[in-house]
Ligand binder design. Structure first.
Ligand code: IMP
Length: 198
């Protein structure tokens, strides 16, 4: 990748924008967000994390002519055949209530001996030449009940990563970043796309 020094993150999420801005800055890449460019948010109509991430990245790339990144993420519970998966945000309803979404995970797991789950994050990078690359990060762990901790967001209070005593919501953001699905997907993307810009 060369000759491009402004990328777009197809997201309105301030936390994701700040995190990625800080990661890209040392490589001389400036980041604009969907909000900066007034980009519409396409409906997530695909059936996979890869499909939804690509759909968002492609739409932003077509609108701007710039390299665009988008991510799609969620919690996949083995005993629930991967649910809530791409529907993780939707399980929280409108307005978003993750207490309700976490309760639903617990209710649907009732009696299950296998409480294995994983967070998944797929980052899609769409280029103006029409090509798209995907980077997938996962972290495996277990659903705990009752919820623990106040940090983080979403399903963090009921997810304990393998090998750890604490849930994601009991960790600092740096501790979570070092283990998380999003951190891993970002690391893969940086290694593949940006090392050549150093
Ligand atoms: P999206 O990728 O922004 O569409 O968000 C997907 C949904 O997955 C979020 O609303 C959360 O419910 C859930 N999710 C994704 N990553 C995390 C995480 O790191 N912690 C807790 N919940 C997450």
């Amino acid at each position: 990748m060369s000759g491009t020094d402004t990328w777009v993150l197809a997201s309105h999420n301030a936390g994701k924008i700040k995190e990625l801005t800080d990661i890209l800055a040392p490589f001389g890449v400036a980041l604009k967000s969907a909000a900066d460019l007034d980009l519409p948010e396409p409906e997530e109509t695909e059936s996979t994390f890869e499909g939804n991430a690509a759909l968002k990245a492609r739409a932003a790339c077509e609108a701007t002519g710039l390299v665009c990144l988008a991510d799609d993420s969620g919690l996949a519970v083995d005993a629930l055949d991967g649910a809530p998966g791409i529907y993780s945000a939707r399980w929280a309803g409108e307005p978003r209530d993750f207490g309700r979404a976490m309760q639903r995970v617990q209710d649907e797991l009732a009696g299950a001996s296998d409480r294995t789950a994983r967070f998944v994050c797929v980052i899609a990078l769409a280029r103006p030449d029409g090509s798209v690359s995907h980077y997938r990060g996962e972290v495996v762990g277990e659903i705990v009940w009752p919820p623990r901790g106040d940090a983080g967001f979403g399903y963090d209070p009921i997810f304990r990563p393998e090998g750890e005593d604490r849930s994601f919501a009991e960790m600092t953001s740096a501790e979570k970043r070092a283990l998380s699905h999003r951190g891993r997907a970002l690391d893969l993307m940086v290694r593949s796309e940006l090392r050549s810009l150093e």
